[in-house]
Design a protein around this ligand. Sequence first.
Ligand SMILES: [Zn+2]
Length: 133
Amino acid sequence: MNAFNPHYLPFECLQCGKELHGRRDKKYCNDTCRNAGNRKRVRSETWYEPLFVAQINTILKRNYKILKTEVIRHSGPTSVGRFYLVDKNFSFKYYTSILTTSSGTYHFIYDHGWRELDDGKIMVVMNPKQAEL
Ligand SMILES: [Zn+2]
């Protein structure tokens, strides 16, 4: 390029930063930089969290708040009707861990969990061990 042209602005390789000359739509100085740049772009695109991660986290937090509220209200483990929880938008699909005991399987969201009782009611409990890493 003509260094005396007042409109001339140098531009750089997006990968290595080397000054480029010639066509303004050039992005990389050579094929090695182009390949490295494309690989980096694909990597950063796959890194982004899909929308459902935030949506499921919201459901988990809502579930957690519902269970915790029941345990606090009853000052300990309690049993509630399934539709009572469904009415509060509780989702039985999402939880963070499972605990199998001789009395049955508990689904936990952090340190609060539930177990389905034989009469269809839902037992709500708290167990700090379930939130230990
Ligand atoms: Zn380069």
